[in-house]
Design a protein around this ligand. Structure first.
Ligand code: DGY
Length: 326
C-alpha cells in the first residue's frame, strides 16, 4: 500500500470528507478561482499526487507543473474541464461522480419545462410586485406541459431520467436523439414510449427541445442558428448540460424573433453569467445558476463519491467512478 500522498483540494469540500483525506494524506486547500488562493494552488502543484475539486479548467500546461500527479477526482459528472487525451497519455486516473446526481438533475430540468411553459417566474413576480389585482387573463396564460412532445438531445442517465418523468408522469410522447438507440433492456418501462429519431425530426416535432448532451468538440456550439430555425415555431428550449453547446447569440435571435416561445437555462457559455448578458434579464428566459445537482443530499453524495474515488486511486485500487475512456 503506497504511503501518504499530497492532495490538493481545489474546491471547498464538506468537513467530513476533508477529514477522511486528512486522516491518510497531507492536504493543501486552495481554490484557484479565488484570486487570493491562486498562488497557493500553483505552489502545491509540483508536489501534488492527487487533485480533488470541480468547476475549474485544468489545462495540460497547468498539469505539466504537477509531475507526480496520479489522480484527478472531479466532484461532477461532466469532465469537460479536463484534457482527456493528455491525462490518458500520462496515465493519470480521471474520476467523476455519475449516478448520484441523475435524479436530482432531471428534477431540475423538468422544473424548467414547467417554469417556462406555465410562466411561473413571471406569475410569481406579478404577485410579489402587488400587481395581482384582478383575475389573470389570456395575456398571462401559459401552455400545457402534459401530453406535449419532448425531444431529448442525448439519452444518457439524465436524459433517461427526464424521459421517465415526461412519459410516465406527464403522458408526454418522448423523442430522443443520441449516437446509438438505447437498448430496450436499458430503457425498461420507457422502451415502448421513447423513440430514437434523427436530429432533424426531433427538432421539427418537439414542443420542448431539451439538451442533456455532454460537451465535446463535436457538440460545442452545435445548437446554432440552423438548429433553432429547425425547431417548431413556439417551441421551448431547455439546457441542463453545458452552455458552450449553445450559440447564445443565435438563441437570443430565435427568442427575439418570436420563433421560440421561451428558454429555460441552467447553464451558460460563461459562468457565473456576466452581468451584461442579455440572457440574464430576457423576459422569455428562466435563468438558473448551474443548480442541476444543487441539493443538500446530492452535493453530499457527490462529495462522498469523489472522496472515495480519490482515496481508492491513491491506494492503488480501481476507483468506482473512474472515467472509462480517460
Ligand atoms: C456536473 O456534475 O457535471 C454538474 O454540471 C456540476 O458541474
Amino acid at each position: 500500500m503506497p504511503g501518504p500522498a499530497h492532495v490538493l483540494v481545489f474546491r471547498e469540500l464538506p468537513p467530513e470528507q476533508l477529514a477522511r483525506i486528512q486522516a491518510q494524506h497531507r492536504v493543501t486547500m486552495a481554490n484557484p478561482r479565488r484570486p487570493e488562493q491562486r498562488a497557493a494552488f500553483e505552489a502545491a502543484l509540483p508536489t501534488a499526487h492527487g487533485l480533488i475539486g470541480s468547476s475549474y479548467q485544468l489545462t495540460p500546461e497547468l498539469l505539466d507543473r504537477a509531475p507526480h500527479l496520479r489522480v484527478v477526482s472531479s466532484i461532477s459528472v461532466g469532465v469537460d474541464n479536463y484534457p482527456l487525451a493528455y491525462l490518458r497519455g500520462r496515465g493519470i486516473a480521471l474520476c467523476h461522480t455519475p449516478g448520484v446526481l441523475t435524479e436530482t438533475t432531471a428534477d431540475l430540468i423538468f422544473a424548467l419545462l414547467l417554469a417556462t411553459s406555465r410562466r411561473l417566474v413571471e406569475l410569481a413576480q406579478l404577485v410579489r410586485s402587488g400587481q395581482w389585482t384582478s383575475n389573470i387573463g389570456p395575456s398571462l396564460y401559459g401552455h400545457d406541459v402534459h401530453g406535449k412532445t419532448v425531444g431529448i438531445l442525448g439519452m444518457g442517465r439524465i436524459g433517461q431520467a427526464l424521459a421517465r418523468r415526461a412519459a410516465l408522469g406527464f403522458g408526454m410522447p418522448v423523442l430522443y436523439h443520441s449516437r446509438q438507440p438505447v437498448p430496450p433492456e436499458t430503457l425498461g418501462p420507457l422502451a415502448p414510449l421513447a423513440r430514437h429519431v434523427p436530429r432533424d425530426e426531433l427538432l421539427a416535432r418537439a414542443d420542448f427541445v431539451v439538451c442533456t448532451l455532454a460537451l465535446t468538440e463535436d457538440t460545442r456550439a452545435s445548437l446554432d442558428a440552423a438548429a433553432f430555425a429547425a425547431m417548431k415555431p413556439g417551441a421551448i428550449f431547455i439546457n441542463g448540460s453545458r452552455g458552450a453547446i449553445v450559440d447564445e447569440v443565435a438563441l437570443l435571435a430565435a427568442l427575439d424573433s418570436g420563433h421560440l416561445r421561451a428558454a429555460g437555462l441552467d447553464v451558460f457559455a460563461a459562468e457565473p453569467l456576466p452581468l451584461d448578458s442579455p440572457l440574464r434579464t430576457h423576459p422569455q428566459v428562466v435563468p438558473l445558476p448551474h443548480a442541476g445537482s444543487a441539493t443538500h443530499e446530492t452535493r453530499q453524495a457527490m462529495a462522498v463519491l469523489a472522496t472515495d474515488n480519490l482515496l481508492s486511486a491513491l491506494a492503488g485500487r480501481l476507483p468506482a467512478g473512474r472515467v472509462a475512456n480517460a
